[in-house]
Ligand binder design. Structure first.
Ligand code: UDP
Ligand code: MG
Length: 315
């Protein structure tokens, strides 16, 4: 029998002690019928859990299980990156440990992969139990993100996704530390396909991502994927300079040259206010100039590769 492709399953774990046994049995049930088509490695990345998650993981005796333990909590994004760094598979599937991502869909992901997709993205249809704040927040986040960055991102895209070896290798070459895995994977490009799913309710434990952590992640993504926030002051400055400049020009001409033609009613303090606003505009546009250079530095420091090659054929 020919070689079966190895598929890695990457599971970030933070305080999921109660979920691990259930998750693992569910996963095994799903993988069993796929065992004659694929080899598996199951990589649990423990993100510095403070409960007995690690002990639970060590109880899993299956030889396909690999465990990566962080020295402390570094966040889910870091955990996913560690998993992708460690993965040896021809493709990798990232999935949450809390059973919110339906494990039964793994065969569907593999089908799309076999059909040629290099990135298969799980898209959440609804988020029944999430609070209003979280829901509105994520909606606003994706709206802004699509507007201000070149990265193609659909609302409700999750980290539940499959990536091909080529994508894993490209991802592993990225060096930036402030990262949002799903946005970066989107930045890489490649052939994408989607799977829509209904997120389950979290059965045990609490969501590790509170509101403030999510806001921090959102801000981080704006900054690392878009330069618009940086250039905003500059745009404002240019706008003020132009608007006030034209208006001020009109006032000055009316006042000192064509006074006889249309008596200007602008008082001295109005002119002063106009002048000061003009100066503010000048300052803001200079800030904008500085921002251009900072943007350049920012880009260089991110050190993203200039391009990503999908495949090469040399003769
Ligand atoms: N997680 C992690 N580190 C963290 C927080 C969460 O590795 O600091 C893991 C967690 O164990 C779960 C996944 O990331 O497997 C999703 O976390 P959570 O359910 O808290 O996020 P949500 O479902 O709200 O997106
Ligand atoms: Mg969850």
């Amino acid at each position: 029998m020919e070689n079966k492709p190895l598929v890695s399953v990457i599971i970030p774990v933070y305080n999921e002690a109660e979920n691990i046994p259930i998750f693992f049995t569910t996963l095994m049930k799903v993988l069993l019928p796929l065992a004659d088509k694929y080899d598996w490695e199951i990589i649990f990345v423990d993100d510095g859990s403070r409960d007995s998650s690690v002990a639970e993981l060590r109880k899993l005796t299956d030889s396909r299980v690999r465990i990566v333990e962080f020295s402390r909590n570094f966040g889910k994004e870091a955990a996913l990156s560690a998993g992708l760094n460690q993965a040896r598979g021809a493709s990798a599937i990232m999935i949450d440990a809390d059973l919110q991502h339906p494990v039964e869909l793994i065969p569907e992901f593999l089908k799309k992969w076999e059909a040629g997709a290099e990135v298969v993205v799980g898209i959440r249809k609804t988020n029944r139990r999430a609070g209003v704040v979280k829901r509105v927040g994520s909606c606003v986040f994706y709206k802004i993100m699509r507007r201000i960055s070149a990265v193609e991102i659909k609302p409700n895209e999750t980290d539940f996704r499959l990536v091909d070896r080529e994508v894993i290798d490209a991802f592993n070459r990225l060096t930036e530390t402030g990262r949002m895995t799903r946005a970066l994977i989107n930045w890489l490009g490649f052939k994408r396909d989607y799977i829509y799913f209904e997120a389950n309710d979290r059965t045990n434990g609490r969501a590790g991502y509170g509101f403030s952590k999510l806001v921090a992640l959102a801000l981080n993504s704006f900054i690392s994927l878009s330069l618009l926030p940086l250039k905003l002051a500059g745009y404002l400055g240019v706008f003020i300079v132009l608007a006030v400049g034209i208006f001020g020009f009109y006032v000055l001409i009316g006042k000192y040259i064509f006074e006889w033609a249309f008596p200007s009613s602008f008082s001295g303090s109005a002119q002063l206010a106009l002048f000061i606003t003009f100066l503010v505009g000048v300052i803001l546009s200079s800030l904008g100039m500085v921002a251009l250079y900072v943007a350049q530095i920012h880009n260089e420091i991110l050190g993203r590769p200039l391009y990503i090659i999908r495949r090469k054929k040399d003769r």
